[in-house]
Design a protein around this ligand. Structure first.
Ligand SMILES: *[C@@H]1O[C@H](CO)[C@@H](O)[C@H](O)[C@H]1NC(C)=O
Ligand SMILES: *[C@@H]1O[C@H](CO)[C@@H](O)[C@H](O)[C@H]1NC(C)=O
Length: 710
């Protein structure tokens, strides 16, 4: 994905530079006229193949035409004679072609024609002889002769019996004759072709549909039972409770007044939700870079604007997630360890967390791999895609093991790399927790040194491998992304800082901090300076013609911002907890964030589904501007939240309730709605556990973090 974008940008840059040349150097009138002749590509094509014969097939003399060649030729003959006699279907077939894109110098290099008109063509010639329209996106290197390394992407439509190779051959011959260029690349590939035939669902896709339908049915039945059979809520069986949309939505939408529970940091909800929004917003721009744009040049210019830094540094939102992850693990676990005198039931902790996170992830893998290819019907289905999800067939198990960031370069659902980092740090967390519990400040110092060591490791990796962070420096290798961004050891700093900060809060939990005005102002000033510097410091270097940053500068920026960002966040959390948050606190702690916060895990996993469906349904080039992006963002965000809500109800919540109930420890995630439920829970707890080991409380507590983790 990254590579694609970079190539695209480099092409765009080339275009910018060529248009910046003096116009008399750019193009001669002769050349321009020749290009203008392509104003109607379909017309040229029809004329060129007016009297199509076998010689037009361009078959090497060493072989005789095969069945497919002849079928394609026959259909082409039908097409051209149909056109000569004005048959509607033939006219339609050429009518649906794209033409030479308008506004080429604005960076418009796509003309998709009319996809639906093309694949809608079904002509029955005789009983056994039917001609179907096949739409392909051809890449025509027409501008190469002008020294512009851009392919024009033009939608073409021909009979389905002609393969991509055959179409490519026809186009090459025509271009050769018209502008005399020799082309040795494939102009049309089967991947970019579509007919109205749908691929059948494979076994796994059917399984996914059946599974989701069954879960949906269970939800419907349980909800109805809940309404009509169990007036007395305390008598609801476990299954009904787990699947009932009524019970689960109640839990989801119950708003808790801020500051009612001293153990809850209210502003984390706002931070979590804003980070989620930031992630989705950033990904929306990535989709825009992949999609055909009628003013690509504006994108190139956009990168030089200050605002673009907010988008291109959206990755800090994930650092926020990591920071929150570390913070919550330490606070909840230490609180519980105090009660248990330092005992940790580590396996139980792991199992709980795994069971809480994995069901919905597994469903997501099935969904992305099997259903997504069938959704979002359109000419760009293979082009505008965030990720290649067919690779899940090969690497799905790494994702389920949370090892995908190290084990493979073909991550199944690549944005889950974050889950891997977080899980791996969680696996290590008992070591840190015990160190903190046993040695207190010394343990914390040790963790701090570890954090510095890992940052040093990140810095050295960048310096020695010369991984660039900016596009100007050339290709951003996928390799660099894996080593710098996906790897736990290079991305642990925000989590560890959150962890240390959580320890600080825990150690001072009974203290009230009295700060004077000056310190509060100073705190906010420094915190905001850290946050804004992290985002905007590269702005001067973001000019395309600025001198590139040295490797040292880049490495320092990247390493230090991974520390500066979470440090800035520490103050925000601290200020909000101690009543120095003011406006920020009332905003971040608003109860309205709570429902979104609870489904943020599901929304994080599923938002790309919506982005990809919306992206691949495009029928024409989009117009790029920040306002346009905002509109797209709100539509994907709205749909993503809806999808996340559905997935939460049919997968996340039922599995969550079931796993908590069936595990040795008690306390179901949906918190009791009324006293009756508390009784019921107590009953279940009694029947399940003879002696509630204190350690299990930790495990439960940690498993609660999970639902609020993202
Ligand atoms: C096709 O045949 C017609 C009639 O024989 C002729 O006038 C026309 O020029 C031919 N077209 C091409 C492209 O050769
Ligand atoms: C037409 O396509 C088929 C299938 O790809 C291929 O075998 C054949 O060689 C092609 N014919 C020509 C003339 O390109």
């Amino acid at each position: 994905m990254v590579k694609m974008i970079v190539t695209l940008l480099l092409f765009g840059l080339a275009l910018v530079s060529s248009t910046q040349l003096d116009s008399s150097d750019f193009i001669t009138m002769e050349e321009y006229k020749r290009i203008m002749e392509f104003r109607s590509l379909a017309f040229e094509f029809a004329q060129h193949y007016e009297n199509i014969t076998q010689t037009d097939l361009d078959i090497p003399s060493t072989r005789i035409p095969n069945q497919q060649d002849l079928q394609c030729l026959a259909d082409m003959t039908q097409l051209t004679t149909g056109l000569a006699s004005g048959k509607l279907w033939s006219v339609k077939m050429f009518d649906s072609w794209g033409t030479f894109p308008k506004g080429l110098l604005m960076g418009n290099i796509y003309d998709m024609g009319n996809y639906d008109e093309c694949i809608g063509i079904q002509k029955t010639i005789s009983d056994k002889y039917r001609i179907q329209g096949k739409y392909c996106m051809a890449k025509l290197p027409i501008l190469k002769s002008l020294g512009i390394p851009l392919d024009l992407n033009i939608g073409i439509c021909l009979p389905a019996s002609c393969s991509a190779t055959n179409m490519s051959m026809f186009l090459k011959q025509m271009l050769q004759k018209l502008i005399g260029i020799n082309i040795n690349t494939q102009l049309v590939t089967e991947e970019n072709c579509k007919t109205s035939d749908r691929e059948p669902f494979d076994g796994l896709a059917i399984f996914t549909i059946v599974f989701l339908s069954l879960m949906g049915a269970a939800l419907a039945v349980a909800t109805l039972c809940d309404y009509f059979l169990y007036g007395d809520q305390s008598k609801r069986p476990l299954v009904v409770m787990a699947f009932s949309a009524r019970a689960n939505s109640r839990t989801l939408f119950r708003l808790v007044e801020p500051r009612t529970n001293p153990n809850v940091i209210d502003c984390l909800n706002g931070m979590r939700c804003l980070s989620l929004i930031w992630v989705i917003y950033g990904h929306q721009y990535i989709m825009a870079l992949l999609a055909p744009t009628m003013n690509s040049i504006s994108i190139i210019r956009w990168f030089e604007e200050p605002f673009s830094n907010l988008v291109s540094h959206a990755a800090f939102s994930v650092d926020t997630f990591l920071f929150l992850g570390g913070l919550l693990v330490v606070m909840i676990s230490l609180r519980a360890m105090e009660r248990t005198k330092g005992r940790l039931n580590v396996p139980l902790m792991y199992i709980h967390r795994y069971l809480r996170l994995t069901p919905i992830l597994a469903v997501a893998i099935l969904f992305y791999m099997t259903l997504l290819p069938h959704l979002g019907e359109g000419p760009l289905i293979h082009k505008v895609r965030f990720d290649d999800y067919s690779r899940c067939e090969r690497t799905w198990f790494w994702t389920l093991l949370y090892l995908q960031n190290y084990a493979t370069s073909e991550i199944c659902i690549s944005h889950t790399w974050y889950l891997a980092v977080d899980m791996q740090l969680y696996i290590l967390s008992p070591i840190f927790l015990i160190a903190l519990y046993k040695w207190g400040k010394k343990g914390a110092a040790g963790i701090f040194v570890l954090m510095l060591f890992l940052s040093g490791c990140l810095f050295t990796t960048m310096m020695t491998k010369k991984y660039p962070i900016r596009l100007q420096q050339g290709h951003l290798p996928v390799e660099a992304q894996r080593k710098l961004y996906f790897a736990t050891h290079t991305h642990a700093a925000p989590w560890l800082l959150g962890f240390l900060f959580g320890y600080f809060l825990h150690a001072n939990r009974n203290r009230t901090f009295k700060l004077n005005h000056l310190s509060v102002w100073l705190g906010w000033l420094i915190s905001l300076a850290l946050l804004f510097t992290s985002i905007f410091v590269l702005y001067p270097a973001s000019k395309w013609h600025a001198s590139p940053l040295s490797m040292l500068e880049q490495s320092l920026y990247y390493t230090l911002t991974r520390i500066a960002w979470p440090l800035g966040l520490c103050w925000v959390v601290f200020a909000c907890m101690n009543g120095y948050g003011g406006m920020a606190d009332s905003f971040l702690s608003s109860p309205l964030w709570q429902p979104l916060s609870k489904i943020s895990y599901s929304a994080y996993i599923f938002h790309i589904v919506m982005q990809q469906i919306i992206g691949s349904r495009m029928r024409s080039s989009a117009f790029f501007s920040d306002f346009e992006m905002m509109i797209k963002f709100w539509s994907t965000f709205g749909f993503s939240v809806l999808l996340a809500f559905v997935m939460h109800l049919i997968v996340e919540a039922p599995f969550g309730v079931l796993s908590t109930m069936l595990m040795p420890s008690r306390r179901p995630t949906p918190k009791p709605e009324n006293t009756a439920e508390i009784h019921q829970e107590a009953e279940i707890a009694k029947s399940k556990t003879t002696s509630a080991s204190p350690v299990e409380i930790i495990a439960t507590a940690s498993s609660e973090t999970v639902s609020t983790l993202l």
